[in-house]
Write a protein of this length. Structure first.
Length: 224
């Protein structure tokens, strides 16, 4: 499961130091895999810095989610017998903490409130992901692409005087797979948003010039 627990953000400095003392730090470049689907899930992987996409393999690659700093990536309950359900691929230079399952389980036993929060958050993420999947499936491609851009801006955007900057090396193919749209449909939507002065794409990410209009466009298109 692609956990959206925001684990590091909920820890005190002392708790973070304790968990970090058990971790191995790993560096990943864009396109490198943190792990592959089917790999043993004997460790907990937490993204300390950067972004990663969670990928489901099949006839066509499907992006399940995008994880950011502080997110627990992969299985919430690792074990020597378990395996990863999805692959995790870095979307840029990233730093991950790999924590052995026994150490992570001891940490949760010591701090049961964190364990409970992670469980509630994970259940909420699963429900939201399924609800979002149904909504996307019932909407037109333009709505699906706009919805994903809005979500990325809300989760990873950096407010600037000229808009909201999202530094994310998400290719047309990535956005296509995540939005269940064709690359041509994605290109058409991005071109339209750029011409309308709503979004300004670049090689390193995209700048949302008018988040209100981007959100309003999702709603208006969905009603048509």
């Amino acid at each position: 499961m692609a956990g959206k627990g925001g684990l590091l953000r909920m820890l005190s400095p002392e708790q973070a130091a304790l968990l970090g003392s058990e971790a191995t730090i790993q560096l990943f470049g864009v396109g490198e895999r943190l792990f592959e689907a089917g790999d043993p899930a004997a460790d907990v992987v937490v993204l300390d810095w950067g972004l990663a996409k969670m990928v489901r393999r099949g006839p066509e690659e499907e992006i399940v989610d995008v994880c950011g700093p502080g997110d627990l990536v992969g299985e919430l309950t690792p074990s020597a017998e378990g395996t990863h359900a999805y692959a995790a691929v870095a979307l840029g230079d990233s730093v991950a903490m790999r924590i052995p399952a026994p150490a992570f389980n001891r940490f949760l036993e010591q701090y049961p409130d964190i364990a409970a929060h992670l469980l509630r958050t994970a259940v909420g993420w699963l429900r939201a992901a399924e609800r979002h999947r149904r909504q996307l499936a019932s909407n037109a491609p333009a709505v699906r692409v706009r919805t994903r851009l809005t979500e990325l801006a809300a989760r990873f955007g950096e407010p600037r005087p000229d808009g909201v900057w999202v530094e994310l090396a998400l290719s047309t193919e990535d956005l296509s797979a995540w939005s269940t749209a064709t690359p041509d449909e994605v290109d058409t939507v991005l071109t339209g948003l750029e011409l309308a002065g709503i979004v300004e794409p670049s090689a390193r990410g995209f700048l949302v010039l008018d988040l209100t209009r981007l959100r309003a466009g999702c709603l208006a298109a969905a009603r048509r």
